[in-house]
Design a protein around this ligand. Structure first.
Ligand code: C2E
Ligand code: CA
Ligand code: CA
Length: 395
């Protein structure tokens, strides 16, 4: 059934358009994290008309702009009702037409401010197909929205002609992966490879990921292995009226089924936990590529001396280390950890080198520091890699 623009306008004016909410959950735990606002037309006789039956017609004119703003205002009211309970962010769909709207971000901000709502509670979804042309305009639009404190999600990624080139340049916070990319049980090898690479590039571009249309446990298991951040789909919840959604927000604690993080996490999330623990133990960890003379440091605030750059040339790091060493320890430290010596040790089969020295702290006091270098090998390269664990010792 198709409806005319006049009929839809009438529905809008008569308050027949109504916002449903579909929860988005943390992939690893199933806990409620946010929701998407999805419009429905509820006729006076109670029939519910889905958006696909009237949004395309509305998109043919500026009517869609009025609908989207109407939905946004309803969302503000819903968020306001959550005032006394945990407030979960809500995403709103905006048609591409809004990228031409002057002062869009200001209008969003003043609407949220009217209800006294923090801006990060609103997320703007814009579909990937909105990006085919007018790239520069879209980029400025997104930048202005984020500047105003809102988050931006690229919707339906993978449903059309996705351009990785373009996604790379888009400063969005979230990538929503279209349900068409997920088969029923995610078993096809090629499909898995495509999805895994999408998650990898999204995470490497520092975008959060959401998978839409998750219906089966098999899909969930696969998405967990990809470190997908959030999922949305019938497996967890269908879109629901506001009243039901507010009840859910008030009572939601996550279901027991998903509560044991050890059962559900992927290898890389276990590694993240492990790194957290290791960083407690060793406040400074340095990854060094001895072959290429580069390093990457992960430092904890409590380390004695905090002023080494987080990445750079390894030889310079050692020089920096020598200079912050107690004068009596300098020679030994340099002789042990200079690159040439480390490579020699590695080649002679040494697995680990350990040395205690006194190092000058930010406070001008010398403290004992134990430095342990471990040689590790990588599957991807023949470069010689060392991991350095530094620990402050008690005086
Ligand atoms: P969308 O933004 O991709 O929204 C997700 C759609 O997938 C929703 O359909 C949702 O009900 C459906 N869905 C969620 N989980 C599952 C699942 O597990 N399986 C399946 N098969 N489907 C699932 P809905 O609500 O019918 O919305 C359709 C589209 O209408 C939306 O797609 C969005 O593009 C548009 N739309 C909805 N509300 C608005 C609005 O306020 N403004 C604008 N501009 N567009 C809207
Ligand atoms: Ca959407
Ligand atoms: Ca979508």
């Amino acid at each position: 059934m198709r409806y005319s623009a006049a009929e839809i306008r009438n529905a809008l004016n008569n308050n027949e358009l109504c916002v449903y909410y579909q929860p988005m959950c943390v992939t690893m735990t199933g806990q409620l994290k946010s929701a998407e606002a999805l419009v429905r037309w509820i006729r006076p006789d109670g029939t519910i008309i889905p958006p696909d039956s009237f949004i395309p017609e509305a998109e043919g004119s500026d009517l869609i702009m009025d609908i989207d703003w109407y939905v946004t205002e309803q969302v503000c009211r819903t968020l306001e009702k959550q005032n006394m309970m945990p407030q979960y962010p809500i995403s709103v769909n905006f048609s591409r037409k809004h990228i031409h709207e002057k002062n869009f971000a200001e209008r969003l901000a003043s609407m949220m401010d009217k209800y006294d709502l923090p801006h990060p509670l609103l997320e703007i979804e814009i579909t990937e197909s909105a990006m085919v042309d007018e790239e520069a305009l879209l980029l400025d639009w997104i930048i202005s929205i984020r500047k105003a404190g809102f988050t931006v999600a690229i919707d339906d990624f993978g449903s059309g002609l996705s351009s990785l080139q373009f996604i790379k340049d888009i400063p969005a916070d979230v990538l929503k992966i279209d349900k068409s990319l997920l088969s029923h049980n995610c078993e096809d090898e090629k499909e898995k490879i495509v999805l895994e690479s999408i998650f990898t590039f999204a995470h490497r571009l520092h975008m959060k990921t959401v998978a839409e249309g998750v219906e089966t446990k098999e899909q969930l298991a696969f998405l967990r292995s990809c470190d997908c951040n959030k999922i949305q789909g019938y497996l967890f919840a269908k879109p629901m009226p506001e009243k039901e959604y507010l009840e859910l927000c008030q009572t939601y604690r996550g279901t027991d089924e998903f509560n044991d993080i050890l059962e559900v996490q992927s290898t890389s999330s276990s590694l993240n936990l492990l790194i957290e623990a290791v960083l407690y133990r060793y406040p400074l960890i340095i990854f060094t590529n001895l072959t290429r003379n580069t390093y990457y440091a992960m430092a904890h605030q409590d380390f004695t001396s905090t002023n080494c750059p987080s990445t750079g040339v390894f030889d310079e790091l050692i020089e920096h280390g020598v200079n912050s060493m107690h004068p009596e320890d300098r020679e030994l430290f340099e002789a042990t950890f200079n690159r040439e010596n480390l490579i020699k040790e590695y080649k002679s089969g040494t697995k680990m080198i350990r040395l205690t020295t006194r190092q000058l702290g930010d406070d001008g006091i010398y403290r004992k520091v134990e430095t342990v270098d471990c040689f590790v090998s990588s599957d991807y390269s023949t470069d010689i890699i060392a991991i350095t664990l530094c620990e402050n010792l008690a005086d």
